[in-house]
Write a protein that binds this ligand. Sequence first.
Ligand SMILES: Cc1cc2nc3c(=O)[nH]c(=O)nc-3n(C[C@H](O)[C@H](O)[C@H](O)COP(=O)(O)OP(=O)(O)OC[C@H]3O[C@@H](n4cnc5c(N)ncnc54)[C@H](O)[C@@H]3O)c2cc1C
Length: 410
Amino acid sequence: MFADIVVVGGGASGMAAAIGAKEAAPGAEVVIAERLDRVGKKILATGNGRCNLGNLDVSPAHYHGSFRKMSSIISEHPAGDIFRSLGVLCAADEQGRMYPRSNAAATVLSALRMKLAEVGVKEICGFELCTYLRKGDKYELSSYDGQKISCRKLIIAAGGYAAPQYGTDGSIVRLLREKGYKIEKICPAVAPLRVTSESVKGLKGVRVKGIVQAYSGDKLLSAEEGEIQFTENSLSGICVFNMARYFQEYEGSLEIRLDLAPDMTYDELKEYVREQCTKRADYELNDLLTGAFAKNLAVYLVKNTIGRPMTDRIETITDKEVEKLCRSIKDLRFAVTGSSPWKNAQVTAGGVHKSCVGDDLSSLLEKGVYLCGEILDMDGDCGGFNLQWAWASGFTAGRNCGASLKGADR
Ligand SMILES: Cc1cc2nc3c(=O)[nH]c(=O)nc-3n(C[C@H](O)[C@H](O)[C@H](O)COP(=O)(O)OP(=O)(O)OC[C@H]3O[C@@H](n4cnc5c(N)ncnc54)[C@H](O)[C@@H]3O)c2cc1C
């Protein structure tokens, strides 16, 4: 089979690239080659099924990686405008996170697929790219099961390593490395962080609001306020997700510190705990903090800080122990032992380095190849920033690729 342009990967950036390519070259044959049985499967899982498709904030502050300097293409393609043109009404919450007004990711996917059909993009599913070779002025693509497609231009939109259950296992990143592309160190981003199960024993299922800080030694890397969730061996929640990418750089020294009483000063907290020591004097240590925290967390804090039988009476607690307890409520520390498995990660940090790609998102190593989306070394914070990059980089790569076709092929 032959097509003018083949887009490898039918995810968010691949669909945007195919639409962009057709807009720039309406006469060209544009094909999406997707390994799974349907395009856009990951989109349906985004935002807990609601698809947080963008954010009103388009500033570079929410992006990381060597493509950060290219975040201007996001302000040129705001998600709200893209989806309005596809007939999808969006609404933003107080943090600027944009969702389809229907609150259903299926709305987003069906609008994209309607547009693909309208402009005449073909979807070929069940084509898992194994490799591609330059033959004359064309590329020949081969799938693992022996299918072949040749094309004039190639757009690589095959994603990263995160969430392999949706088709992204990093195989194309490895292929590009073999072809000589510089690949920035890969690591899960927007993901839970692993800690020892001993350090969170008894906290599984607990959710608490607080301030989360990431440290390496004495260096504060980042701080965010929000809800922290505990599992049997990890810390989770949006504010933790946003710190996962630091594991790439600070493996071995990364520490998460929690302030579980951000609304109180240390002295106010101490006053409160002392008051409880008097009011609840006849009760067990187990009950000391249950007026401030969920039972499991209240018991965990006292047990891990004071280290005495929890059946001891509250009146036995010393001033020093109260101070120690308040210090740990304001500064509870967890050494990070690992990042989460890829199946629990939402995004890949790292990928194809900017030094291999021009500002038009064409490859500087292979003529006629364009790249977009998560395969590139750019990851955003949680909050719609990653899909925003996928749509914007996809449209940019697609339009530039379409425009690069010679007159007769367009
Ligand atoms: C559970 C979950 C929730 C998320 N929620 C949000 C959210 O609400 N907001 C947000 O901004 N971001 C969210 N993200 C992140 C966001 O979905 C991704 O950053 C975005 O989809 C990346 O787009 P992409 O097109 O680069 O890659 P993908 O969407 O991953 O698409 C890549 C496509 O390439 C295909 N492919 C891979 N290898 C091959 C091959 N060899 N041959 C052919 N095809 C191949 C894959 O099957 C896939 O369809 C979420 C991610 C997950 C996993």
